[in-house]
Write a protein that binds this ligand. Structure first.
Ligand code: FMN
Length: 174
């Protein structure tokens, strides 16, 4: 069983990125499980918390990523860049220096916006940044007008083209 861990860079209750991750269970191959990791208990990165002081939530974050076959960053675009939550996750996963569990993992990016931008800026930034940590970007899915592509009352993708791009993104983990 291929085990993919998924992060939403938004903790708001109606987050499109979180809802898209929830929809992936119905789209992934039979031999794959996609698990949403709740980032709401992860503090801002602080080197003082490393070692004996490491919060339990950060320990769980690192060990779940270490055990995963791949990572999905569902990353909202905030002011032409990544949200602080997405960046904070990357920061925790790239420390301790030289021993971060992010290293060499396969990554898929999902960046959507309700407006016309489509997450192009944040997907480009992450696509440029993550290979620095040895990550292979196996797929990048972006989309504008996302509210029109997801059911209003269920975590279900209604737009067939967008749905197909998500299915392909999961298949790309190999
Ligand atoms: C602080 C902030 C900055 C934003 N900046 C952008 C932006 O640069 N480009 C864009 O297309 N949308 C921008 N948006 C709109 C987000 O794409 C939108 O709120 C989106 O729904 C966030 O993802 P979520 O639904 O997963 O929370 C911004 C939203 C916030 C809260």
């Amino acid at each position: 069983m291929k085990n993919i861990i998924a992060f939403s860079g938004s903790t708001r209750s109606g987050s499109f990125h979180t809802r898209i991750i929830r929809s992936l269970a119905g789209l992934c191959p039979k031999d794959m499980a996609v698990t949403l990791f709740d980032l709401s208990a992860i503090p801002f990165y602080n080197e003082d918390l490393e070692g004996d002081q490491l919060p339990a939530a950060v320990h769980a974050l690192r060990s779940d990523v270490d055990a995963a076959d791949g990572i999905i960053f569902a990353a909202p675009e905030y002011n032409f860049s990544y949200s602080a939550l997405t960046k904070n996750t990357i920061d925790w996963l790239t420390r301790p220096k030289g021993a971060g569990v992010l290293r060499d993992k396969k990554v898929a990016l999902i960046c959507v916006t309700p407006g016309p931008g489509g997450g192009k800026n944040v997907s480009k930034l992450l696509g440029d940044l993550l290979p620095f940590f040895g990550n292979t970007i196996v797929s990048t899915v972006t989309s504008p007008s996302i509210a029109e592509k997801i059911a209003p009352d269920a975590d279900e993708i209604t737009d067939l083209e967008f749905k197909a791009s998500l299915t392909q993104a999961l298949d790309a983990f190999g």
